[in-house]
Design a protein around this ligand. Structure first.
Ligand code: DAO
Ligand code: ZN
Ligand code: ZN
Length: 361
């Protein structure tokens, strides 16, 4: 199969690899669509220095091609969206109905039993991103990483629910629990930021203020529901947010992964407000908050991974919202690419060209 593989920091290439049949409790998926996410780029460029070689891709949808021993919940032919955190069912988080915090979660590696399903022509084991490695024609995944979806949902739209849309809408609705009329700021208008904006709109937010460096991203933000935009190359965002909201926003979301913006998110909210940190920073990054203000302003800083997703519940809900026209996934997919065009897809992402680019198979 063809797959996008990172062997050393700074580059990736499309390689011809082999993939084993699914083992016990696993599924083999014929990939139909895989979104191109900044976290894939962080693996390529070494911001996240993780075990290599590795097949990237963690935002995907496909069709069950083969089931491993003991699998009863899925059948060949099922359409599925992939979740990038499997649920072991045994850890504290799984027992507490917070499967997105399952201790089995990791960024790159082999399968849950620590053996590899993907190999190079000479037999070398290849890691996969987040138990998926779905920027490939096939992926073997734990069954707890799959969520069955209706067969009439277009796969390129469904794929986005596996990362950007779940993370963003979930950050707004599950993590922040935005109330109707609340004021919201979103730093960064990539696939996740735009999904936070959509989630804020669904929750009935009043002001939705989008902050980005690129005017075309701000135009997308307005398209998806932002009521105000700030180009931070032209205006100081925190001062402008206070001007627009009076005391500061009720909620601010950092959706880039940059420490300075995580600090600004805290400064942007009112006393007692909530800053939600969604962006994936580099491994060595640290943030600095004024110590006195932390107590005196009584603000909440919440970390957020995967939009507090419970995938079997939340993925179908998001897709129902899509079907009923309340969640716009159609305009989230700006362009599709073949697997051979993956290098172009990442170039376009670096140049802010797309809301989301999607590899289709
Ligand atoms: O939002 O693009 C994304 C993916 C976020 C990274 C998910 C990491 C999951 C593994 C958890 C490991 C804990 C250190
Ligand atoms: Zn992602
Ligand atoms: Zn678990």
């Amino acid at each position: 199969m063809k797959a996008a593989v990172v062997r050393e920091a700074g580059k990736f290439s499309i390689e011809e690899l082999t993939i084993d049949p699914p083992s016990k409790g696993e599924l083999k998926i014929r990939m139909k669509a895989t979104g191109v996410c900044h976290t894939d780029l962080s693996l390529i460029d070494g911001r996240l220095p993780l075990p290599l070689p590795c097949v990237i891709g963690h935002e995907g949808a496909g069709i069950v091609e083969e089931i491993g021993e003991g699998v009863t919940r899925f059948a060949v032919g099922d359409h599925v969206v992939l979740s990038y955190i499997p649920a072991c069912g045994e850890c504290n988080s799984c027992h507490n109905h917070r499967p997105h915090l399952c201790t089995s979660g990791r960024m790159t590696g082999k399968m849950l039993d620590d053996t590899a399903r993907v190999h190079a022509a000479d037999g070398e084991d290849i890691n996969v991103m987040q138990f998926l490695g779905c920027m490939a024609e096939y992926a073997v995944i734990p069954e707890s990483s799959a969520v069955r979806i209706a067969k009439d949902i277009p796969m390129d739209k469904a794929a986005l629910v596996g990362c950007a849309v779940m993370t963003g809408v979930g950050a707004a609705i599950n993590t922040a629990k935005i109330e109707p009329g609340a004021s919201v700021v979103v730093f960064g208008c990539g696939g996740i930021g735009l999904s936070i904006i959509q989630g804020a709109k669904l929750a009935g937010a009043g002001k939705i203020i989008a902050v980005d460096l690129a005017d075309n991203k701000l135009a997308m933000a307005e398209h998806f529901g932002a009521t105000h935009t700030i180009n931070s190359t032209q205006e100081a965002p925190v001062a402008k947010i206070h001007q627009l909201t009076g005391e500061g926003a009720d909620y601010a979301f950092e959706a880039v992964g940059v420490p300075k913006l995580m600090e600004q998110a805290h400064e942007a909210v009112r006393r007692g407000g909530t800053a939600v940190i969604v962006g994936v920073a580099a491994l060595t990054d640290t943030v600095s908050y004024n110590a006195l203000t932390l107590a005196m302003s009584a603000k909440t800083i919440k970390g957020c991974i995967y939009g507090d997703a419970n995938p079997p519940v939340d993925f179908p809900r998001l897709l129902d919202l899509y079907k009923s026209g309340k969640l716009n996934l159609d305009d989230m997919v700006s362009r599709s690419y073949s697997i051979d065009e993956a290098p172009q897809a990442f170039e376009d992402m670096k140049n802010n060209a797309n809301a989301r680019g999607v590899i289709v198979f």
